[in-house]
Write a protein that binds this ligand. Structure first.
Ligand code: HEM
Length: 402
């Protein structure tokens, strides 16, 4: 993976977001792209364009007629056996599915979950708080969003580990580009979800799965495939993304001198730390679109049918939008980051993700106020479309813990 400056005449690069080694620190290359080659052409995965400047990303995200999501939003192809709505839908159908989810994830509905999420977070922390050291990525960041999403949909909480296993497997095979393996993994998980949806058709309950099977899309009932695709998306979109948000936030807060003390003294700053984490380490690094017509941008001719990678993570560090973009700064006057995307597909689960991230930060600071990254401990990021800290070894003084 070359990180040398690009020849200004050439748009061709060897960019591969699934390369774990490269993804340990991809930001130097993102800077080179923004400065020298804002419309680059990756030679990987049969070729795709990469947009990296903030203004170009906003313009593309707000033009779904040209930058379509209907042919899938992952590179390589995720290989879902059913359309993942609404993320893989264009207008006008997109809104009918999105509305269904919007009702589920309003801020007021999420507020009703606050106590339950706080209790779950405490339960997980109870298991290690007296030890003085733990891999936070493994023991807290990874399980919490799975348990929350399982409960929110109406699955038994005990199924969370099974949930996590499947989504991790799905995202892992997605990175490999082995479509057959991915469809196999997706089919297994879809069978489990489809059984639960069938169960709600026979015996409705007061849960989200029941509301999904009973939903109307325009004037007609939702189809079985649509209900399955929407449920699959909620699990996949709501899990590893939130793991990424929580783990990156805990890492940056630990590493930024004096920040823990400021957040403890003034908890009103915690939501700002949440947003700053989503800016500095976009949990979804990039997302794909497919062109519905030829587009010429910054002198590069892109053709109808070409894949385009909207590199949110590069836009989030664009100095034209964010002064001193590399620093983690909770005092930013304006933080209109692209961590949740932009335009009609902007993350519908954002209120839940922000709530989980805030609660975890509050609990960690209250219970392990001096937590810090272990000296010599190896912090490892995942590779792939989703960015998260896969290993986050931290230590603290158990005598100060509660
Ligand atoms: C920190 C956590 C999260 C991040 C960083 C994140 C990021 C994103 C991004 C960047 C998009 C835009 C996709 C696009 O442009 O095609 C998106 C869409 C979406 N997200 Fe999230 N997400 C997070 C958490 C969640 C959660 C918790 C849920 C639900 C449980 C969720 C459900 C969705 C759905 C359904 C969409 C598609 C919306 C549409 O197409 O209208 N996300 N998310």
């Amino acid at each position: 993976m070359p990180v040398e400056p690009l020849a200004s005449s050439s748009a061709e690069i060897d960019f591969d977001h699934t390369d774990r080694e490269f993804m340990q620190n991809p930001y130097e290359m993102f800077q080179t792209l923004r400065e020298q080659c804002p419309v680059a052409r990756s030679t990987k995965f049969d070729g795709f364009w990469v947009l990296s400047r903030y203004d170009d990303l906003i313009a593309a995200a707000r033009d779904p007629q040209t930058f379509s999501s209907a042919a899938g939003v992952t590179i390589p192809d995720f290989g879902s056996p059913v359309p993942m709505v609404p993320i893989e839908a264009d207008p006008p159908m997109h809104m009918a599915f999105r509305k269904l989810l919007q009702r589920e994830f309003t801020r007021s509905r999420m507020a009703a979950f606050e106590e339950a999420i706080a209790a779950l977070t405490d339960e997980l922390i109870d298991k290690f708080v007296e030890k003085g050291s733990v891999d936070l990525a493994v023991e807290l960041c990874s399980p919490l969003p799975s348990i929350v999403i399982a409960q929110l949909l109406g699955f038994p909480s005990d199924d969370w580990n099974f949930f996590r296993g499947y989504t991790e497997q799905l995202l892992e095979t997605a990175k490999s580009g082995d479509l057959e393996a991915n469809i196999g993994a997706a089919l297994e998980f879809c069978t489990y979800l489809a059984n639960a949806l069938d169960d709600r058709r026979r015996e409705p309950r007061d849960d989200m799965l029941t509301r999904v099977v009973e939903a109307e899309i325009g004037e007609r009932p939702i189809t079985e495939d649509e209900a399955l695709g929407l449920t699959l998306l909620t699990v996949v979109a709501g899990h590893e993304t939130t793991v990424g948000g929580i783990s990156s936030m805990l890492l940056h807060v630990a590493r930024t001198p004096g920040l823990k003390e400021r957040l403890i003294a003034d908890p009103a700053l915690i939501p700002k730390a949440v947003e700053e984490a989503l800016r500095v380490e976009a949990p979804i690094q990039g997302i794909a679109r497919t062109l519905t017509k030829d587009v010429c941008l910054h002198g590069q001719q892109m053709r109808e049918g070409d894949k385009v990678w909207l590199l949110w993570a590069a836009g989030n560090r664009d100095p034209g939008q964010f002064p001193e973009p590399e620093s983690f700064d909770v005092d930013r006057k304006s933080n209109r980051h692209l961590g949740f995307g932009d335009g009609i597909h902007r993350c519908v689960g954002a209120p839940l993700a922000q709530l989980e991230m805030r609660i975890v930060m509050e609990k960690i600071l209250a219970r392990m106020p001096d937590y810090h990254v272990e000296d010599g401990g190896e912090v490892v990021f995942s590779g792939g479309q989703n960015r998260m800290v896969a290993s986050l070894p931290v230590v603290w003084d158990p005598a100060r813990a509660s």
